[in-house]
Design a protein around this ligand. Structure first.
Ligand code: HEM
Length: 155
């Protein structure tokens, strides 16, 4: 793998678990969550998220890249099927067992999308456990929690 992202190697593979969503303007919901982090040999990770409801019907999905300009800085670029493009910067703290990633992004919206202005993501990986929170500023609300999930490494 490209040495620029060697410190992100523990993320590679498939993670699955359960998530919970909420926002002041919507009804809370639960979801099954799957993240895959892929190494393509370049100095970034590709990620693909897929989610399902309790009946197995597909919910949100997204795909993007985590770039690592240095061992302790990040850039995120992601495409959201709800009509947003997310672009931001972040930080990475890592040791032998743990990885803590934080990103803070601005958002471009397509004309018919619900308006999202900011997305903040926090990922905490420890061994085979991965937890994250996502806050967003959207539809006129300030930065507020939308998602929280806990996943475990598969295979
Ligand atoms: C970066 C990722 C995401 C963004 C930017 C985002 C954004 C939004 C926005 C703007 C709304 C509309 C709120 C309103 O109408 O007042 C919303 C609603 C909702 N989101 Fe998300 N969301 C994301 C991820 C997810 C994920 C992972 C799930 C579930 C698996 C999810 C499920 C929902 C549901 C069920 C609603 C309420 C019904 C609906 O509008 O479809 N979202 N989200």
């Amino acid at each position: 793998m490209n040495p620029a992202i060697a410190h992100l190697a523990p993320l590679l593979g498939i993670w699955r678990g359960d998530g919970h969503g909420e926002y002041p303007t919507i009804k809370s919901f639960d979801y099954t969550d799957q993240w895959e982090f892929v190494d393509v040999g370049k100095p970034f990770l590709l990620f693909i998220e897929r989610t399902w409801n309790a009946d197995g019907a597909p919910m949100h999905t997204e795909t993007g890249y985590i770039r690592a300009p240095s061992p302790d800085t990040l850039e995120i670029i992601a495409a959201l099927p709800t009509g947003q493009a997310e672009m931001g910067t972040g930080s990475c703290e890592s040791d032998a067992e743990r990885l803590n990633l934080v990103t803070d992004a601005q958002v471009l919206n397509t004309p018919t999308a619900k308006r999202v202005d900011q997305i903040v993501r926090r990922y905490e990986m420890c061994g085979d456990e991965l937890a994250y929170e996502m806050e967003m500023s959207a539809v006129g609300e300030g930065l507020t929690l939308h998602l929280r999930a806990r996943l475990t490494r598969q295979g």
